[in-house]
Design a protein around this ligand. Structure first.
Ligand code: THU
Length: 263
């Protein structure tokens, strides 16, 4: 960091972002900020799930959001509180240049000067409600950002809010398959990390399979964070399929008394 003002500014951003976390099970808000080599930055929030292991950790949210717009040049990482061991492990196992822990919540390269530029992944706005073809066209474009060394199976998604703000996601893979996120969850994480929780529709494009539809993990996440949303699924030459999110997972598991932990 150039000076303490810079890191305090980033701390402020990441702590504000933590307010957008979806943590009904732990009650513990969490966000991570990724700073790119040119100073552009983005936050990701923790999105918990009644299946627990389907949680999207804050750092994963930040990394899939930025990867989904083609940015992977991570220069530093900052958390909304002291880094936890699993977050340190994730940094080591993530395909970024190795970053040193420079402070309790800050990872970067010592001696390096960083600058703070624009916020990435803030979404864009449609000026009027869109037709399915427009959403699908954008989802097909999003699929161009898929990072798919494991599957060579590109998927793209666009999450659109009630305010017609929209966010891009692509499937971002990892050598540890348990860390792979589908395009749908990448778009949801991007939207929620930007504070847009009222997702109205999700457009998904998956041109390599005529039989694809949202996976079970995405259905559980959708059920919890956007049950009233509508999912449009594009499989290329066939007409798009349209589902209501809550119909995709009948009799879904949920925790009735979720708020277990106290901070
Ligand atoms: N995938 C998605 O992104 N969305 C779907 O609806 C189905 C599957 C991804 C996950 C993995 O990266 C690859 O496609 C193969 O399953």
């Amino acid at each position: 960091m150039k000076n303490s003002w810079d890191i305090d500014t980033l701390r402020h951003y990441v702590q504000e972002a933590a307010l957008h976390s979806f943590t009904p099970y732990s009650g513990l808000p969490r966000a991570a900020l990724v700073l790119m080599s040119d100073g552009a930055w983005a936050c990701g929030v923790r999105i918990e799930n009644a299946s627990y292991s389907l949680v999207i950790p804050a750092l994963s949210s930040a990394l899939v959001s930025t990867a989904s717009i083609g940015r992977k040049d991570i220069a530093a990482i900052l958390f909304s509180g002291p880094a936890k061991q699993e977050e340190k492990n994730a940094i080591l196992q993530t395909v970024t240049p190795s970053l040193d822990q420079l402070d309790k919540d800050f990872f970067g390269t010592s001696g390096r000067t960083y600058r703070i530029g624009n916020q990435l992944t803030m979404g864009k706005y449609f000026s009027k409600p869109i037709d399915p073809n427009t959403g699908i066209r954008l989802a097909r474009h999003a699929a161009e950002y898929a990072d798919i060394p494991e599957s060579n199976f590109p998927v793209g998604a666009i999450a659109v809010t009630d305010e017609l703000q929209y966010f891009q996601g692509a499937n971002i893979e990892h050598p540890d398959w348990t860390r792979i996120l589908c395009a749908e969850r990448a778009a949801i994480a991007t939207a929620m990390s930007a504070g847009a929780s009222n997702i109205r529709s999700i457009y998904v494009s998956c041109l390599k399979s005529t039989a694809a539809s949202p996976c079970g993990a995405c259905r559980q996440v959708l059920y919890e964070v956007a049950p009233e949303s509508v999912v449009w699924f594009d499989r290329g030459s066939q007409p798009p399929r349209c589902f209501r999110a809550k119909d995709l997972l009948p009799e879904a598991f949920r925790l009735t008394n979720p708020h277990r932990a106290s901070p």
